[in-house]
Design a binder for this molecule. Structure first.
Ligand SMILES: [Zn+2]
Length: 247
């Protein structure tokens, strides 16, 4: 029996989280914050300690009470990449689950950095697994498939169950000219397409807009232009240290 619980991030930008139950095993894919609601909540109130329940009430983190009945069955929490709307709620909510967190090395370092900075201790172990690798967890094989985005080490996650595959692809950008790392692993997606895929959970910011999002290499050039533009108006040393600047 397979059930999918859409905890957050559907019809909204932020607090992405989906729980997938496969018999007696539950996998949580992403556990992000809703940045706008989080900032509003932490700015409006004079908060000393951020309480997870209050954050849930403010719509700043996914309302995990939706999976209260599944709580003890959670096996792994799997953030797909390092953006806060995919992992930012982990510091507040992961303690609810006796399960490790598994993500790519870059994502794991970003998460560890947030925990250190905010002095938050989690009982969950943080494990990392490289993109384009897989891991057998209980009765489900978890596969990370490399995909491009605006942050490194982003993955799509395939859960291989005895019934078939569930592919989770939430927030990515097919970029044929990435500034860092390889192109998306189209070959593997093609292979998966030939197998029994039970469900594809797929979304990305601005996915509903019918336009092509430019490559990160274009963004890099645009950024360069902005920085050089600043140099013309004022000395760039006022903003950043550039050793060769003679202005
Ligand atoms: Zn993202």
């Amino acid at each position: 029996m397979i059930e999918i619980c859409t905890i957050g991030g559907y019809n909204e930008v932020g607090k992405n989280s989906t729980a997938i139950r496969i018999d007696d095993e539950v996998y949580i894919l992403d556990l992000g914050i809703h940045l706008e609601n989080y900032i509003k909540y932490t700015q409006d109130e004079d908060i000393v300690i951020v309480e997870p329940k209050e954050l849930m009430r403010a719509g700043a983190v996914p309302d995990v009470s939706a999976i209260d009945d599944w709580k003890n069955k959670v096996k792994i929490v799997l953030p797909t990449h390092a953006h806060l709307d995919h992992l930012g709620a982990i510091p507040y909510l992961a303690n609810n689950f006796k399960a490790p967190i598994m993500c790519t090395p870059f994502t794991s370092e970003v998460l560890k950095g947030i925990l250190t900075e905010d002095k938050i201790k989690l009982s969950n172990k943080i494990r990392s697994m490289s993109a384009n690798s897989s891991f057998q967890a209980n009765n489900v094989k978890i596969e990370f498939i490399h995909v491009t985005h605006s942050t490194p080490h982003t993955v799509m996650i395939a859960l291989h169950t005895k019934e078939g595959i569930i592919l989770y692809a939430n927030d990515f950008k097919f970029d044929l000219f990435p500034t860092l790392g390889k192109k998306p692993n189209f070959k593997r997606l093609e292979e998966l397409g030939k197998q029994k895929v039970l469900a594809l959970i797929c979304d990305s910011t601005y996915a509903a807009d019918s336009r092509k999002m430019p490559s990160e290499s274009i963004a890099k050039e645009m950024l360069k232009e902005v920085m050089l533009g600043i140099k013309k108006q004022a000395c760039c040393c006022d903003y950043i240290f550039i050793p060769h600047c003679k202005a």
